[in-house]
Structures are given as structure tokens and as C-alpha cells.
Ligand binder design. Structure first.
Ligand SMILES: *Cc1c(COP(=O)(O)O)cnc(C)c1O
Length: 390
């Protein structure tokens, strides 16, 4: 491949990594290569074969190279969704008879994949409460093959210190895998801390405009080759057009994240102490249990803010209905502010008691803070708070 690894900071990497050195007359923006197959492959068949399902379409490799550069890993592969990235990673690292230890505070579909799908395929799974690092060691078995956690959890935005887990994984020679979707490489580089594999739902901050579905896995060449081998067989390829949109999103990741971080911090402070607000959850506030860890390890506290409203589910409904700028929709990481209620979406399957144990009060509203003007968001959320009082 003629593409380049370039030197420079994250903004430079996001813009330039993965594109080929130009020759006279080339377009500045790499075109969409909307082709399933490519000329050639007769000389060294297996090595050179280019095929979109193989993950080596030029738009896919541009994304992969940008992400390897941004996460500081040897290699990366871009796939059709965050779940494809997660599933192919588990399939690459664990087979029938193996065991996985994962955090219990993870994305709902990932929990179902681990507990229901992988167990049907002979992979046993133990979920541990990540609050206590000792839980991980206790859960290890002779056949444990990987450890999995989320860097910043949904929706209580916990950012547990990953370093004890890194030490444990290294001591046991196990790959440590993180889903770093909520942080994005602009705010956290898990590989710098010793995490082996970094997964993203690129549908969120990496794409950044709520207009594509994609996933990325970053890690050593050996692990990524095995993830790619699984993806070639199971087939969750990233469409070239979505890959092109994703590369476009990654070019502005660092400025978007800087503004997400600023808007979210300002908004979290604004919510604090306001009438009708019982609690504001944001790692950038000193009231957050992981504030010190986040301050030490992260370049920004992220774009997600959660608020717990007085008056439970009724208040949360009234608040969300009154909003005119923020849109009521699941998902996160786009330029537009989105609000959702975990009790009706990601944590719907749980009982009130189980949700309460996770800190999800009925009045819990999760906000993916977008890039609108802060005053407009404040006006919108004032409208929401007034609607509760009416
Ligand atoms: C959205 C999300 C996923 C799943 O990603 P898709 O692109 O929807 O498949 C996985 N993990 C986290 C933390 C997410 O937010």
C-alpha cells in the first residue's frame, strides 16, 4: 500500500494519516472508491487480493491508518458497526472452551453478545463490578483468554482507573480490551496506558454527524490480523461510502471533541444547583467520583452529561418533551444535542431496583451535548426545567 504514516500531533494525524502521497493533478480529498473488487491479484494471489469485504478497500484502509495513528497502535481495522468490531474481536481472541472476564458496566448489546451469544458458542463469561479492582482477579480462571471493560461507562460516566487492570492483564499475559467509544482518542489513548486492544463504535464521535454506522478495532498487527480474518469470514464489512464519510469525520475529530468538552463542562456547571435538578453527573465536576482519575488521564472530560431530575420519570418526560433544540433520540457523539432516558432505552430490561443499584434514578436524563451555541442550549434546558414545575 502506498499510504503513509506521518509524524505529528493528533490534529495533524487525523487530517493526514492514511492518505497517499499525492502526485500532480490528484484530488486533495481521496475519492470514494465505490468498487467491490479490484484489478490484479494474479502474481501473489493471497497477499495482493483487494476486495471490499477483506477490509482493504482504499476508503477502509484510510480510516484504519488514521485510527492506528490516533490510538498509537501498530494496526487497526475498520468494520461495519461498533458491534461488528466488538463481536469480531471476541471471536478472534476466544474460542469454544475459553473464558472471558468483562465489566458488568458495558453497552447493553455487548452484554447480550457475551452472556447469550458467546455462551451458546461454548465461551463462558463472567461479568464483574468494575468498582472493585480485586473482583477481576477473583474471576480469573485457567482458561480465561481476555479481559474487557469500557473506559467511560454509560450512563453514569464512571472512568475507573484502568492501570490496575493493565497490571493484572500483563501479569497474567492476557490481552486487555477496551471499548473507548465515549472517550474517543481525542480525550483518552488507552494503548498509552498499556491496554492492548481499543474498540470504537465509530457511529458516535469518530463519525461525529449521526449519519453513518461503523466500528474500529486498534491493536497489534497479530491481533488485528486475526480480527480481520474473522471479519473476512463473517462479513461485516464497512461500506466504502460510509468509510469515506468516517474519514471526513475523523479529520475534524480534535476540534469537535474540544468543543464537545467545553460545551459539556459549561452545561454541567450550569445545571448544578438549578431548581429541580437533584444531581449532575460529569467527570469534569469535582463532585464526580472519578474526577481526579479523569483529570490525570484524560485530555478532556467528554461530551456526555447526565442529570437526575427531582420528580422521577414524570419530570424526566416533561423535561424532554419541552425541549426544542435538543432532540429526543438514543445514540450520541453527533454535532446535534441528543437527550435520552436510560430507563426507557439502554437499561429498559432491568428492574427499578437493578437500575437504582447502578445509580439510575427514574428521573435520570442522559445528554449527548452537541456543538450548538451554549446560550441556546441553556435556554432550551431552562424550558425543560420550567416544564417540570408547570
Ligand atoms: C453505540 C455503542 C456500541 C455499538 O455500536 P454500533 O455502532 O451501534 O454497533 C458499542 N459500545 C458503546 C459504548 C456504544 O455507545
Amino acid at each position: 500500500m502506498s499510504s503513509k504514516r506521518i509524524h505529528g500531533g493528533p490534529s495533524t494525524q487525523g487530517i493526514h494519516a492514511g492518505s497517499s502521497p499525492p502526485i500532480e493533478g490528484d484530488p486533495v480529498v481521496p475519492p470514494i472508491v465505490q468498487s467491490a473488487t479490484f484489478f490484479g491479484g494474479w502474481h501473489d494471489a493471497a497477499l495482493d487480493l483487494r476486495y471490499t469485504r477483506y477490509g482493504n478497500n482504499p476508503n477502509q484502509t484510510e480510516v484504519a491508518e488514521k485510527m492506528a495513528a490516533l490510538e498509537g497502535t501498530e494496526s487497526a481495522v475498520a468494520l461495519g458497526s461498533g458491534m461488528a468490531a466488538t463481536a469480531m474481536t471476541f471471536l478472534a481472541l476466544a474460542r469454544s472452551g475459553d473464558h472471558i472476564v468483562a465489566s458488568s458496566r458495558i453497552y447493553g448489546a455487548t452484554t447480550t453478545l457475551l452472556k447469550q451469544e458467546l455462551s451458546r458458542r461454548g465461551v463462558s463469561v463472567d461479568l464483574v463490578d468494575p468498582e472493585n479492582p480485586r473482583n477481576w482477579r477473583t474471576a480469573l480462571k485457567a482458561n480465561t483468554r481476555l479481559l474487557f471493560f469500557e473506559a467511560v461507562t454509560n450512563p453514569t460516566l464512571r472512568a475507573h482507573d484502568p492501570r490496575p487492570l493493565v497490571r493484572l492483564a500483563q501479569e497474567c499475559g492476557l490481552p486487555l480490551v477496551v471499548d473507548s467509544t465515549f472517550a474517543s482518542p481525542a480525550n483518552l489513548r488507552p494503548a498509552d496506558l498499556g491496554v492492548d486492544v481499543v474498540i470504537h463504535s465509530a457511529t458516535k464521535y469518530l463519525g461525529g454527524h449521526s449519519d453513518l454506522s461503523a466500528g474500529v478495532v486498534c491493536g497489534s498487527a497479530a491481533i488485528i490480523d486475526e480480527v480481520r480474518r474473522m471479519a473476512i469470514l463473517y462479513g461485516p464489512a464497512l461500506d466504502p461510502h460510509a468509510a469515506w464519510l468516517l474519514a471526513r469525520g475523523i479529520r475534524t475529530l480534535s476540534v469537535r471533541m474540544a468543543q464537545h468538552n467545553t460545551n459539556a463542562l459549561e452545561l454541567a456547571r450550569w445545571f448544578e444547583g438549578r431548581d429541580g435538578v437533584k444531581q449532575v453527573i460529569y467527570p469534569g465536576l469535582s463532585s464526580h467520583p472519578d474526577h481526579e482519575v479523569a483529570k490525570e488521564l484524560m485530555r478532556g472530560f467528554g461530551g456526555m452529561v447526565s442529570v437526575v431530575l427531582e420528580g422521577g420519570g414524570q419530570a424526566a418526560n416533561a423535561f424532554c418533551r419541552a425541549l426544542e433544540i435538543a432532540l429526543y433520540a438514543p445514540s450520541l457523539g453527533g454535532v446535534e444535542t441528543l437527550v435520552s432516558q436510560p430507563r426507557l432505552t439502554s437499561h429498559m430490561a432491568l428492574s427499578d431496583k437493578e437500575r437504582a443499584e447502578m445509580g439510575i434514578d427514574p428521573g435520570f436524563v442522559r445528554i449527548s451535548v452537541g456543538l450548538e451555541d451554549l446560550v441556546d442550549l441553556q435556554r432550551d434546558f431552562s424550558r425543560g426545567l420550567e416544564a417540570i414545575r408547570d
